[in-house]
Design a protein around this ligand. Structure first.
Ligand code: HEC
Length: 265
């Protein structure tokens, strides 16, 4: 009796091993075929995706090229949303043209639309001088008052954005120049650079000059003018000298006001 039971047990174990082995094989084959089937010859295609909703939002996402992904079912999906199948034949063509219009709007593919030509971002005022019209910049006056606080702020921004090229005193020997990583800029307190007006300095910050790139995207308008004030002290002006200059009293742009920086004279 004992012997038989043991034999039975042995056979059971054996049988379990076999089923386990077969199950594993099936599982491996299944996984292999899934991974093979999810490959496609198109290198840009993500292949078969498990739960695509997890990766691709059903809503429209900014900067996404929506129709690269689902142009094929665009009409079908949108007509479905409008209840096309149940709609009476007489209005079907209206629904079709509605979806066609939607498709035309986004036809370029990108969800985010380009701003209309000439749009001005809220709170931003374009520099009234166009690139290249540097001579006109000479007439642009300082739009904010010359104060000690402005200069302190201007100095700290200068130390962030300019000092590594122009040096602590604006002598043109910043750390990058000392390491010979960049061409030496002119000293602020010398020659024609000493004579640069606030508008011209602002112009240079805005558009850059020669090897110096534009800093417009990194520094907002008010901070640019504060840097200009500080650069003017590095040209050799005192706060009193600067205060005696004519200041343009047009307030700087904020989200509610828009004005011109150009002074009239
Ligand atoms: C990467 C180095 C670099 C940085 C950063 C840099 N500059 Fe310059 N800057 C130069 C060089 C080089 C010139 C000389 C350009 C030329 O004359 O071709 C120059 C020229 C100038 C001039 C003289 C322009 C003229 O019309 O003669 C001014 C003013 C000036 N920079 C201000 C600034 C201010 C303010 C900042 C910081 C907001 C700044 N620069 C940041 C390299 C730099």
């Amino acid at each position: 009796m004992k012997l038989i039971r043991r034999k039975e047990k042995k056979m059971n174990i054996c049988f379990e091993n076999i089923t386990h082995f077969v199950e594993t094989k099936i599982l491996v084959a299944l996984l292999a075929s899934i991974s093979l089937f999810s490959c496609t010859s198109d290198p840009d295609s993500p292949g078969v995706e498990f739960m695509p909703d997890m990766y691709r939002a059903t809503g429209y996402e900014a900067y996404l090229k929506k129709f690269d992904i689902d142009s094929a079912d665009f009409f079908e999906r949108n007509l479905d949303k409008l209840g096309y199948d149940e709609a009476p034949d007489s209005i079907k063509f209206v629904l079709e043209s509605e979806v066609q219009q939607l498709y035309n709007v986004f036809n370029g593919g990108l969800i985010t639309r380009k701003p209309v030509k000439g749009s001005v971002p809220e709170g931003k005022k374009p520099f009234s001088i166009k690139k290249g019209d540097r001579t006109l910049a000479k007439a642009v006056k300082m739009p904010i008052p010359y104060t000690e606080t402005s200069l302190v702020e201007g100095k700290s921004y200068y130390e962030i954005f300019c000092i590594h090229c122009h040096g602590k005193k604006g002598e043109g020997k910043g750390s990058l120049i000392k390491k010979e990583l960049f061409l030496k800029p002119p000293a602020y307190n010398n020659g024609s650079t000493k004579e640069l007006s606030e508008g011209e300095i602002y112009y240079t910050i805005y558009y850059g000059k020669g090897m110096m790139g534009s800093h417009a995207s990194q520094i907002v308008e008010e901070k640019r003018w504060k840097i200009v004030q500080y650069v003017q002290t590095l040209q050799g002006n005192t706060l009193e000298d600067l205060r005696s200059k004519k200041v343009n009293n047009t307030p700087l742009s904020d989200s509610t006001k828009v004005g011109m920086i150009m002074s009239k004279n």
